[in-house]
Design a protein around this ligand. Structure first.
Ligand code: BG6
Length: 475
């Protein structure tokens, strides 16, 4: 369904995110017929260049990151939507020209793909120059702060010029098809919901494993570490979608209210329930990649998280994420409890059912169930997978799945905030993460080393063994 006509201004249009995600994503939505040919996409950045120079950069970005097939004529049509204004975020240059480019009567959206330190300057100039109004939308990227105080300050800065209903805070995990699917699985089936609580669920594992290291972005990453880079945002969102109560409606505030309740119910995590790791090896070494030979920043974190509410009391959630691990795999595994009693003698006892939702790659679901092993040998039990791959089930090869950014930018134009984080949600997530980070700042805690290509530090295994549980294999 095509969106309404819009003027989208991308601040930081010459930056990495714009080149890799925003421009190629917009191009793909354009070729899908979702963006009207009258729409305007205006790049804004410090570089002095004209529309044509920006278009030719955008063409290069689309060719590199826009996916196949490459259709020169369509690219030309798309480039016609593009314009460029050189802007001085901290000065006066360019703002009146930007204003003259905005058309009345269209949806106006401003994408802040810039360092958070510039949010305030840009927001203020948009307001004082009369470019943004009460209907305009602003889109902001992560990192949204580095602790509760800085996130609050950012929220206050934005709130000086925009209402909460105008602010779209991106967590690109929410734009992933498979992450949205978590809500469909939970709330469009009657099958799972009755079992989705501590009475029937033994524990939940959330894994986001990556094979990439931090080389090339060490200076950013070393100030963040896995907890700020992945846990406070992406993994927190996954945890919320798995743990939240059913919202009364699939409506932005109804969904975000329920997520917020989960975050507020998270227990503080004692140091003994967290393992931090750093990849250290001859082929890849965090300390070289991070450019600080003494860095104590973690490239891996595993933790046991408990939710103090009626539904989840007694069911731990184990989270782990890391760089330079054995495989790139993101999944959520829900391990159910074993049946209370086995009626089968000497047949192998029933094993726990497990539902694994694969977020990426090889998107799909796998439910492990017990059946009788076929054959004349009596009643022998065996566990088998009921496996569903989205690609097979829906007849697609995954290439036509929209990228997270495509979905999210179109939602901004549609004015749908469901998949964006609300200010209070972000603050609550920092309020929970802050004490964890603080405990590491005394400089005594060195992350455990782990081999690149492994599944993380040995200590993380112990975190599970201690509770008589095991991590699923990363592969
Ligand atoms: C980003 C993090 O937000 O998410 C990166 O900054 C991480 O460190 C990336 O690699 C993971 O995203 P995806 O979509 O590749 O799972």
């Amino acid at each position: 369904i095509p969106v309404d006509d819009f003027d989208l201004v991308v601040f930081g249009a010459t930056g990495d995110l714009a080149r890799r995600k925003i421009l190629p994503g917009l191009y793909r939505r354009f070729t899908a017929g979702q963006i009207p040919a009258s729409a305007r996409i205006i790049g804004a950045a410090r570089t002095e260049q004209d529309d044509d120079a920006f278009r030719s950069d955008a063409r290069a970005a689309i060719c590199e990151f826009g996916g196949a097939p490459r259709d020169e004529a369509r690219i030309d049509d798309f480039l016609n939507l593009l314009g460029y204004v050189a802007i001085d975020a901290k000065g006066e240059g360019g703002w009146s020209e930007l204003k003259s480019r905005m058309r009345p009567g269209t949806v106006h959206a401003f994408y802040f793909s810039v360092a958070p330190a510039l949010f305030g300057d840009i927001a203020e100039r948009l307001a004082t120059n009369g470019i943004a109004d009460a209907e305009s939308r602003v889109v902001v990227e992560k990192p949204f702060g580095r602790d509760l105080a800085s996130a609050r300050a950012l929220n206050e800065t934005l709130a000086r010029h925009f209402t909460e209903a105008q602010i779209y805070r991106i967590d690109h995990y929410l734009g992933k098809e498979t992450v949205q699917n978590l809500m469909a699985v939970r709330f469009a089936n009657i099958l799972f919901e009755p079992l989705w609580n501590s009475q029937y669920v033994d524990h939940v594992q959330i894994t986001v494993a990556e094979t990439v290291g931090v080389a090339g972005r060490g200076s950013y990453y070393d100030k963040s570490g896995a907890i700020r880079d992945m846990v406070q945002n992406h993994m927190m969102q996954l945890l919320c979608l798995i743990a939240m109560e059913p919202p009364y409606h699939f409506d932005p505030d109804a969904v975000r209210d329920e997520k917020l309740k989960v975050i507020r119910a998270l227990q503080a995590v004692p140091p003994a329930d967290i393992v931090r790791g750093q990849y250290r090896g001859a082929d890849a070494d965090y300390l070289t990649d991070a450019e600080d030979p003494n860095s104590r920043t973690e490239s891996y974190v595993a933790m046991k998280v408990c939710i103090s509410n009626w539904r989840w009391q007694g069911t731990p959630f184990y989270l782990r994420t890391g760089k330079k691990l054995r495989a790139r795999t993101s999944e959520i595994a829900i391990t159910f409890k074993e049946p209370p009693h086995s009626i089968f003698d000497d047949s192998g006892s029933p094993r726990a059912n497990q539902l694994v939702i694969r977020l990426q790659p090889n998107e799909g679901m796998n439910l492990k169930v017990m059946i009788k092993e076929p054959g004349p040998g009596g009643m022998r039990l065996v566990q088998v997978p009921l496996d569903m791959s989205f690609a097979d089930a829906l007849g697609s090869d995954g290439a036509d799945m929209p990228d997270a950014y495509e979905r999210l930018i179109m939602d901004v134009i549609r004015g749908n905030q469901t998949l964006f984080m609300r200010g209070d949600e972000v603050e609550a997530a920092w309020a929970w993460t802050d004490p964890i980070i603080k405990a590491w700042e005394d400089g005594k805690h060195r992350p455990e080393p782990y081999d690149p290509g492994s599944s993380g530090p040995e200590e993380a295994l112990r975190l599970m063994h201690r509770d008589n549980r095991r991590w699923r294999e990363i592969r």
